[in-house]
Write a protein that binds this ligand. Structure first.
Ligand code: UD1
Length: 357
């Protein structure tokens, strides 16, 4: 079986790592296509190096742009790449513009498409990620769902016949890297604050692109009575500079984006997390660090159970971050850390049954 993965943005490199390893372990052919949506070394290359992902076979080099320009450039470049490799599956990950482009390009060429992380919904149609998820699920031949809730949502949308529950591949990586970090390996922790600290990341367009909202979020972070390690996404840095919003204030310590092992190490040491990232909400849950999410909804609703994750508007942030640490044990709604193997099995079985049909 030949699988062609289309990835382009930071969280997709993390998801690619266990899938690439599972495909290699089972002797399947794997072609990796990097769209170039993320291109800074610390947003891309370090993930391939740290997570031991094979270098991309194809790099489209599209870079940044408006949604239409960025997605269109990917579509134009993907036709030739997909024609050249003629894979048995085009595998797309998550909810980014790279995902939508990969899915659309593949269906137009009548190549089977599988969507990893299918069935998640925020129901917030202002988010570009929401359009990308819905469109990709409905274009896909196979929806690989991470949770029971995602399976139920796909069924409500009439897609039950094409979906398989595989678990969450990010959990595979997170648990593996956690064990390495706890065993004293890999992650340099020297520049983490010595005192108790909160990890913060903000990058969603809804939070960064409105100067008044961005200012309110940063002001709330600065009002927290402890050190805030702000891992600054390039979009945050660019939008804050353009809007004249100073990030380094109060006890905020602005830091470069971290590698995956460094992020896990920071989360394990932090007393809490403030974020608008989907991945970080889940990683905080898996690592037992209370999370406060600066959004009005989350697609990872399981994390809200027992207050391990709470939603907050900027005006509520200071109070919510200081809530008591939840005492309830966490469940395992994201699988057992072996989702990537289940992905390979699901692809193989779906390929077999379609060749029999
Ligand atoms: C994208 C995804 C989002 C995901 C996030 C992870 C979409 C619609 N959004 O958002 O779902 O959570 O990736 O980070 O696909 N930039 C750089 N260097 C880079 C990459 C980006 O400087 O390597 C800057 C550019 O100014 C760019 C901006 O960040 O315009 C936004 O990047 P883009 O890839 O368009 O979206 P993200 O905000 O990263």
């Amino acid at each position: 079986m030949r699988v062609l993965s289309v990835v382009g943005a930071r969280p997709q490199f993390v998801k690619l790592a266990p899938v690439a390893a599972a495909l290699a372990a089972t002797g399947h052919e794997h072609v990796i296509v990097h769209t170039g949506q993320h291109y800074d070394t610390e947003m891309s290359d370090v993930f391939f190096a740290d997570l031991r992902i094979p270098s991309p076979d194809e790099h489209l080099g599209v870079g940044s742009g408006s949604h239409g320009v960025q997605t269109g450039a990917m579509l134009a470049a993907l036709d030739g790449v997909l024609e050249r490799h003629r894979p048995d599956w085009v595998l797309v990950y998550g909810d980014t513009n790279s995902t939508l482009a990969g899915a659309l390009s593949a269906v137009k060429l009548h190549l089977p498409v599988a969507h990893l992380e299918a069935g998640l919904r925020s129901f917030n149609r202002r988010m570009p990620e929401e359009h990308n998820r819905v469109l990709t699920d409905h274009a896909a031949d196979l929806c690989l769902a991470p949770t029971d809730a995602a399976m139920a949502q796909l069924a409500r949308e009439g897609l039950a016949g094409r979906c398989v529950l595989v678990g969450d591949v990010m959990t595979d990586v997170c648990l593996r890297v956690r064990d390495t970090v706890l065993a004293g390996g890999s992650a340099p922790q020297a520049d983490l604050p010595k005192e108790p600290f909160v990890v913060a990341t903000i990058h969603r367009a809804d939070n960064t692109d409105d100067p008044a909202r961005l200012e309110a979020i940063v002001a709330a972070l600065a009002a927290l009575p402890r050190t805030v390690l702000l891992l600054a996404h390039p979009r945050l840095v660019a939008r804050a500079a353009a809007a004249g919003v100073e990030l380094s204030r109060g006890r905020i310590r602005v830091s470069r984006p971290r590698s995956y092992p460094e992020t896990v190490a920071a989360l394990l040491r932090a007393t809490g997390v403030v974020t608008d990232s989907g991945g970080l909400q889940k990683e905080a849950y898996l690592l037992g660090t209370p999370c406060t999410t600066v959004r009005t909804e989350t697609e990872w609703t399981e994390t809200l159970q027992d207050g391990w994750n709470v939603l907050a508007e900027p005006g509520e942030l200071v109070e919510r971050v200081q809530r008591a640490r939840p005492q309830a044990p966490r469940g395992a709604p994201f699988g057992d850390g072996h989702a990537a193997e289940a992905v390979v099995t699901a692809l193989r079985e779906a390929q077999r049954s379609s060749s029999l049909a």
